[in-house]
Design a protein around this ligand. Structure first.
Ligand code: M6R
Length: 615
């Protein structure tokens, strides 16, 4: 996820772009850049760091005059965050300038072809490949910029929101979208382009949002020309009057980042497997695994280290790796592992999971494992983070920035990456037949729409939250794959609502926690169809006979639990090993609503930091 801003009109472009980038910083903040056309040439400034760093750099080093410009705040996907990889990017001739939010999946093949034709690249980005592809098409086909963009986009696979201009035609910006958002603000003789309307809301209320596969040619003094990228058919612009304030826009219309991030999960999971999971070809492509496959298949065991929610994702991975790929796994709190003199050998693979890639204990665990000769693999969200640099290889989750302190989409995308790895290893080790493998890949592709369906329970969950919002203690129970989900559900509740909550394997209840159960105690039980269902039903009966309140997460169409529970929340059926991707959704929503009803600061709970960079 990145933020893009563009301006063409009668005002100075630079202040509009810088302010716009600051408002879009929630979309990505590892590097930023701005290009301003001053009527003669382009002034470009790019830097690793925040928009504030860009502001200082550009104001100290370049002329800021000009009525046409593009700006970008980056959340790195291809290439580490540095000055060279920051946007905007030039084409080789220096005539075209582009900003891009998204991922061009087939950039590598296109890049090789362009290199064969003499193109030179100055960054590791897919975006620089795209702008040169546009240039090549423009030259070869002798077409205008709009047409060249259209032809080029028909050759790429992936997601994008782009804005591009040609220095030889400075009255025009061409924009296009597929998968990533793009809004156009329409003023008097001026146009604004942005990832959302926040950069231009104080200048105009008139805006249009591009739909997927649409391209717009924005020319001063003319109406916007809108076309379908695939078949060139004309689309009639639908301009709407915005009635949102800036904060609402940044949060995508949600009241809190946490809720926005919960609802982003279908898209985030899809982005995680996009370009990796090729179900129709029956393959999973992951460079970090492909290049090191023997390290995994020859490993004595996999050790997973992480903290908090990432540790819970690690626990899910333990079930997946052992169940599907038959590789022994140990999951460790990084903070314990680093200090307990663990036995590690060069036949071990250590997987470190971290959303931020900066967690101090996880980093220390990595260093220790490296010293002992283990192969270390990272699963991070933040590109270029310390952990992603300190590990031998890794895979990014591509969840986009997670701003809410309570992890939501980080958890489900981590599980997605770890599932892809486990499936790949199951296939490689011959544990899975091609048919089984194919079935899994297809079901994994169905997960985003099943998450979407799980989110439909939100209204029901809000009514349940109302009933339990004043509880002082809660229990969360699950078995098998749903045990880590119970832990994660309890963590979500306690960290944002400050209600004491404990997660347990359902069968452990009899060994202690059952003493807590009385008519005041809400017990959240994950009782999905696959995975010891009958045994969980027995556990529910035990709670019922002690008058505990039962809130159950069940598979669609369940009958037995419905008869016992006080409330049931249904999720779609899926493979047992994929259940955590769905069963966690109602628990996230529940915590959100309870915290909100208790007047807590959902996005920034007391005493917590998003990234724990100290011991
Ligand atoms: O960035 P990391 O994934 O390494 O962070 C680990 C934990 O601090 C984090 O998961 C924390 O538990 C969450 N904020 C909980 O929602």
């Amino acid at each position: 996820m990145c933020g893009i801003v563009g301006y063409i009109g009668h005002r100075d472009a630079y202040p509009i772009i810088i302010k716009g980038l600051q408002r879009l910083e929630y979309r990505g903040y590892d590097s930023a850049g701005v290009a301003i056309y001053d009527g003669d040439s382009i002034n470009l400034s790019k830097t690793k760091g925040k928009v504030e760093d860009l502001k200082k750099k550009s104001e100290a080093t370049m002329s800021l005059d000009g009525k046409l410009g593009l700006g970008h705040t980056r959340w790195a996907t291809h290439g580490v965050p540095n000055d060279a990889n920051s946007h905007p990017h030039y084409s080789n001739s220096g005539d075209l300038v582009i900003i891009h939010n998204g991922i061009i999946e087939n950039y590598d093949a296109i890049k090789k072809e362009l290199i064969n034709r003499g193109y030179v690249f100055h960054s590791d980005t897919d975006t620089e490949v795209l702008v040169n592809l546009i240039e090549e098409v423009k030259k070869k086909e002798n077409v205008k910029l709009g047409k060249a963009v259209q032809i080029a986009l028909n050759q790429v696979v992936g997601a994008y929101a782009i804005a591009v201009f040609d220095v030889n035609k400075p009255d025009e910006i061409v924009v296009a979208k597929l998968g990533s958002p793009l809004a156009i603000g329409i003023g008097e003789d001026e146009f604004f382009i942005a990832s959302d309307a926040s950069p231009f809301i104080e200048f105009t209320n008139n805006a249009m949002y591009l739909d997927d596969e649409e391209l717009a040619i924005i020319r001063l003094g003319k109406e916007i020309k809108l076309r379908k990228i695939k078949d060139d058919s004309v689309v009639y612009p639908s301009i709407q009057e915005l009635q949102l304030n800036i904060e609402e826009i940044e949060k995508g219309g949600y009241d809190h980042f946490m809720m926005k991030e919960i609802y982003e999960q279908p898209r985030a999971i899809l982005d995680t497997y996009r370009g990796r999971l090729l179900a129709d070809q029956g393959i999973i492509k992951m460079a970090g695994i492909d290049e090191n496959i023997e390290k995994f298949t020859n490993a004595n065991r996999i050790i997973i280290v992480a903290c908090g929610t990432s540790w819970h994702a690690g626990l899910v991975a333990e079930y997946i790796f052992e169940d599907l790929a038959r590789i022994p796994v140990e999951v460790e709190y990084a903070s314990e592992f680093r200090y307990r003199n663990p036995v590690i050998t060069d036949k071990d693979v250590l997987i470190a999971i971290s959303q931020s890639g900066e967690t101090a204990d996880t980093l220390a665990a990595i260093k220790l494992a490296k010293e002992k000769g283990a192969f270390v693999f990272g699963v991070c969200n933040v590109v270029g983070s310390t952990i992603s640099r300190e590990t031998h290889a890794g895979a990014y989750t591509h969840a986009g920035p997670e701003i809410g302190v309570a992890s939501t989409k980080a958890f489900t995308t981590q599980i997605t990456v770890l599932t892809l790895i486990a499936l790949k290893l199951a296939k490689e080790k011959g544990v899975f037949s091609q048919t089984q493998y194919h079935e899994y890949l297809t079901e994994l592709e169905n997960i985003p729409s099943k998450v979407e369906k799980s989110l439909l329970s939100n209204v029901l969950i809000e009514t349940i939250a109302e009933v339990y919002k004043d509880s002082t203690n809660c229990l969360y129970l699950g078995r098998g794959y749903n045990f880590p989900v119970a832990l994660e559900g309890a963590l979500k509740l306690k960290e944002i609502s400050y209600i004491h909550a404990e997660g347990y394997p359902a069968a452990e209840m009899k060994h202690g926690p059952i003493a807590l159960i009385d008519e005041q105690m809400p017990v959240f039980v994950i009782a999905t169809k696959k995975g010891h269902y009958e045994k969980v039903v027995s556990n529910i009966q035990e709670i019922k006979s002690r008058k505990g309140k039962i809130i159950a997460i069940v598979t669609e169409g369940d009958v037995a639990v419905k008869e016992l529970a006080d409330h049931v929340i249904e999720i779609p059926e899926t493979f047992e090993s994929l259940t955590p991707l769905l069963s966690t959704i109602p628990l996230q929503l529940l915590s959100y609503h309870i915290a909100l009803m208790r007047g807590c600061n959902v996005d920034q709970p007391r005493n917590l930091a998003k990234s724990v960079t100290v011991e």
